[in-house]
Design a protein around this ligand. Structure first.
Ligand SMILES: CC(C)(COP(=O)(O)OP(=O)(O)OC[C@H]1O[C@@H](n2cnc3c(N)ncnc32)[C@H](O)[C@@H]1OP(=O)(O)O)[C@@H](O)C(=O)NCCC(=O)NCCS
Length: 183
């Protein structure tokens, strides 16, 4: 097993578990991702565009179980997935010291520290068990909770593509590139 499950207490006093995702989670994870995509304006994907089948989702999960430098974690409360994070190694040789982060939490569980725990655990894992050197991500400039979380955990802004994203409201948002050098 790449990542040993761990329990954490979050800000509202609930106990959550963070664990590796297995192919048995595919259906539940699909529905959680669909739900958090539909309740945020900060992921550049419309719910209708997220069309993975259960089999495709299982294959996607398998990649994280097999790739040495990639990790897919879920946060679980009472057996139900409430959020996830993925760290994906770039497979090209010139870039395979880099891994990109994607994450999301169900709306009712946001701002309780779940994202902090998932990202901290991913950084911890990457430092200890991967050969990655740089973890990076892209974030909408108006996604203040996410930017505050990333800065808190040591990420800094590398640059931004001005007005690159046309959001759900037709507004242009800067696409911010952030990274963390872990070795
Ligand atoms: C971004 C996201 C993953 C963060 O997860 P989370 O569990 O809500 O994060 P946490 O509660 O651990 O941390 C959020 C931090 O933002 C802070 N925050 C909340 N609103 C804020 C605001 N308007 N401005 C600045 N900081 C803010 C919180 O105080 C908290 O910081 P603290 O722990 O130091 O108090 C979650 O909000 C989410 O799923 N959003 C929708 C999808 C998304 O944006 N994904 C990331 C795309 S890059």
């Amino acid at each position: 097993m790449k990542y040993q499950p761990r329990s954490f207490k979050i800000k509202n006093g609930s106990k959550i578990e963070v664990r590796q995702t297995s192919t048995d989670d595919s259906r539940q994870l699909l529905s959680v991702v669909k739900e958090y995509i539909s309740t945020t304006s900060y992921i550049p994907l419309y719910e209708q565009e997220f069309k993975l089948t259960d089999e495709q989702e299982k294959n996607w999960i398998r990649r994280y179980l097999e790739d040495n430098n990639s990790l897919l974690l879920v946060a679980v409360y009472n057996g139900a997935i409430i959020g996830n994070i993925d760290l994906t190694e770039n497979s090209r040789r010139m870039l395979n010291h880099t891994g990109v982060i994607g994450m999301g939490i169900l709306k009712e569980w946001r701002n309780m520290g779940v994202g902090t725990i998932l990202l901290e655990q991913t950084i911890y894992w990457a430092k200890k068990f991967s050969s990655l050197e740089i973890i990076w991500l892209q974030v909408f400039a108006n996604n203040l909770p996410a930017i505050s979380l990333y800065k808190k955990l040591g990420f800094s802004e590398d640059g931004r593509q001005m007005g690159f994203i046309k959001d759900k409201f037709g507004q242009y948002q800067d696409n911010v590139l952030m990274s963390l050098r872990i070795r």
